[in-house]
Design a protein around this ligand. Structure first.
Ligand SMILES: NC(=O)c1ccc[n+]([C@@H]2O[C@H](COP(=O)([O-])OP(=O)(O)OC[C@H]3O[C@@H](n4cnc5c(N)ncnc54)[C@H](O)[C@@H]3O)[C@@H](O)[C@H]2O)c1
Length: 252
């Protein structure tokens, strides 16, 4: 897969899954723009690598960031809507503020980033948008009411974009299982025994391990390539089989 002379925008590209997507695009020859509120931890210093401080839930930030990307690189070919946050709570224990925060960062941001990137894609009659959802769009667990709602709604937005902007622009949702990132480690740290939680997580995946960010990044690059030109509007799981079991997948 060659991405020379193309431009990829990756939101939340400073850490975790987004960092992997950004690095893989860069290694494949693309110009890369990382939109994030955290500092870039890549160590990459290159004319093809552009970091913009941007809160993806803020309309003005996103509009300015997309303009800055086009000013620097001349267009936008790929948008990976990856930035997200995890917050825990059932409906009764989730405050209105927390609900709005999760919806804004995990859902509205995809609307905003797509809204401001699509016109540039349309200029070139070409583009791919990848929306990072979760297995939690299909299955759930305790106390993730806002998160699972946002991740499920992403699938509807994905279909809507795929239909509205076909055939030139494709839009695909990617639904990861458990992936070893700072977000996951922060979740584990809430438990008195993080190592036990890690082992429980591993046991839930028929693959016998949790994922690494590259498991998702490699799929994203494939889906953005012409090899995936007949795939649009879909939700593709990359979950080591997590979503296919009803428990009892642990091997002795
Ligand atoms: N790690 C997992 O197990 C897992 C599983 C399924 C889905 N996901 C999804 O994958 C995506 C990436 O998750 P991760 O585990 O790499 O998370 P992470 O916390 O490790 O990294 C997320 C990145 O998003 C950035 N970010 C957060 N809020 C932002 C905002 N308002 N504006 C701009 N940037 C912002 C953070 O600064 C960080 O760099 C998220 O959408 C998450 O919901 C993760």
């Amino acid at each position: 897969m060659h991405y020379k002379n193309t431009t990829a925008v990756v939101t939340g590209g400073s850490k975790g899954i987004g960092a992997s997507c950004a690095r893989l695009f860069f290694e494949a020859g693309a110009n890369v723009a990382v939109l994030d509120i955290s500092e870039d931890g890549s160590g990459i210093s290159d004319d093809r690598w552009f970091c913009i401080h941007c809160d993806v839930s803020n309309n003005l930030d996103v509009s300015n960031a997309m303009q800055a990307v086009v000013k620097k690189f001349g267009g936008i070919d790929y948008l990976v809507n990856n930035a997200g946050i995890q917050r825990y709570g059932s409906v009764t224990y989730t405050s209105e503020e927390e609900w709005d925060l999760v919806m804004n960062v995990n859902l509205k941001s995809l609307f905003l980033c797509s809204k401001y990137a699509i016109p540039y894609m349309e200029e070139n009659k070409k583009g791919v948008i990848i929306n990072i959802s979760s297995v939690q769009a299909f299955v759930s667990q305790r106390i993730v009411a806002a998160y699972t709602t946002a991740k499920t709604a992403i699938l509807g937005l994905t279909r809507s974009i795929a239909v509205d902007y076909a055939p030139h622009i494709r839009c695909v949702a990617v639904c990861p299982g458990t992936i070893d990132t700072p977000m996951l480690r922060e979740s584990f740290a809430l438990s008195p025994n993080p190592e036990e939680v890690l082992q429980e997580c591993i046991d839930m995946h028929p693959a016998g391990r949790i994922g690494v960010p590259e498991d998702v990044g490699e799929l994203v690059l494939f889906l953005c390539s012409d090899k995936a030109s007949f795939i649009t509007g879909q939700a593709i799981r990359v979950d080591g089989g997590l979503g296919i079991t009803i428990g009892g997948s642990k091997r002795n």
